[in-house]
Design a protein around this ligand. Structure first.
Ligand SMILES: Cc1ncc(COP(=O)(O)O)c(C=O)c1O
Length: 373
């Protein structure tokens, strides 16, 4: 039985006990509140982890990319929502192909992409359900709640697209600095969805699905009656950003990067053999002023990762330490979703004993693009 400390570095580790407990906790919270859980797979991009989520009651999955959708369908998953509009001819064709073996729900926030999908669907007589994306404050995709009717009216003339409901992602929660501010985002999330759903229903539009999701706000919105489906992603791993926001504790962070100290050029400086191509330069997808370094060194608060080159990092030694050159350290990344995307294999372990190699099999760049044509 191999220990994680026997691994070459850098290696990407997943504490399976923590992973399973995080998955179980979210699933139970959704179940207790009568909500369906459709986790966003972009966090782990792994069909093995998706299967654990399904075994704990996930009814479907939310994907950020067509690659993720293709991998899930290949492995037999049947219920998939696509988070963002699909607009290019080639990707629309890929999605139409997937609809033969699975139920795909699309998302739109405008008529242009929807019309492209409609035209392609007409040729092959394929129908899709879709959700209208509501902007609840992130100001990325979506229409303002009061504009949902306007868009629904435009989309109504499309024959091959059937309105199922609405969806949002309150990603602006990540720019906040404490739980009170996150609760305010959660209130905006609920208010936006309630407004859009009420207006649409009043005009006779079907709103069978009201979907939302973000790890920071999940526990504050799950009890609201407007919501049918929760779609969080990051909660499987958590990370230093979630800890800084006060959403979780360091003990629940399941993903770490194992690195070696390879040089000690100055009294207060170590160099480690992982850099931005392992940990990522991410300090928060939507900007977090709480994050000052590039990950947390587990069990070593005296070590601060102050900068990263591509393959190496500078670690400031701020106090007494027993770490020496050739010693290994485990780093909790700032943003686990970005870090998990840096490797093809995660190493699953329990208390340091290696149990399972988990392929990151739904990652982009693993398929030959020409083979998709
Ligand atoms: C549309 C959408 N829904 C849900 C999520 C999941 O959010 P989180 O990772 O905070 O759980 C994301 C994250 O990017 C998203 O873009």
């Amino acid at each position: 039985m191999k220990n994680i400390l026997d691994l070459p570095t850098p290696s990407f580790l997943v504490d399976l006990d923590k992973l399973e407990s995080n998955i179980k906790e979210m699933a139970e919270m959704c179940k207790k509140n009568g909500k369906q859980l459709w986790p966003m797979v972009k966090t782990h991009k792994s069909t093995f982890i998706a299967e654990i989520q399904q075994n704990h009651g996930a009814k479907g999955f939310l994907v950020g990319t067509i690659d993720e959708a293709e991998k899930l369908v290949e492995k037999g998953f049947k219920e998939i929502m696509v988070a963002y509009p699909v607009a290019s001819k080639e990707n629309i064709e890929r999605i139409i192909k997937l609809a033969k073996n699975s139920h795909i729900i699309l998302s739109f926030d405008g008529i242009e992409a929807a019309t492209k999908v409609e035209e392609a669907c007409e040729k092959v007589d394929t129908y899709f359900d879709y959700l209208i994306i509501i902007d609840s404050g992130l100001h990325r995709f979506g229409v303002a709640p009061e504009k949902a009717i306007e868009l629904a009216e435009k989309l109504k003339k499309l024959t091959y697209l059937k309105l199922k409901g609405i969806a949002t992602h309150p990603g602006h929660a990540y720019s906040k600095t404490n739980i009170e501010e996150i609760k305010k985002v959660a209130r905006e999330e609920i208010e936006s969805l309630t407004k859009a759903a009420t207006l649409l229903k009043k005009e006779g539009y079907p709103v069978e699905i009201v979907a939302t999701g973000s790890t920071p706000t999940a526990s504050f919105v799950v009890g609201d009656k407007i919501i049918d489906i929760l779609r969080p992603g990051n909660y499987v791993f958590y990370d230093a950003i979630q800890v800084a926001l006060g959403v979780t504790t360091l003990e629940k962070c399941a993903l770490t990067v194992l690195a070696t100290v390879i040089s000690h050029p100055k009294e207060d400086l170590f160099i480690i053999n992982v850099g931005s191509k392992g940990l990522g330069l991410d300090k928060g997808a939507h900007g977090s002023s709480l994050i000052q370094s590039y990950g947390i060194v587990k069990g070593h608060p005296e070590l601060i990762i102050e900068s990263l080159s591509e393959e190496v990092g500078k670690v400031k030694v701020t106090g007494n330490t027993d770490i020496k050159v050739s010693g290994k350290i485990e780093i909790i990344p700032n943003h686990a979703c970005s870090t998990a995307n840096m490797t093809s294999y995660l190493i699953g372990h329990r208390n340091g004993i290696i149990e399972k190699v988990i392929p990151v099999d739904a990652r982009e760049g693993t398929q030959n693009p020409l083979a998709l044509l």
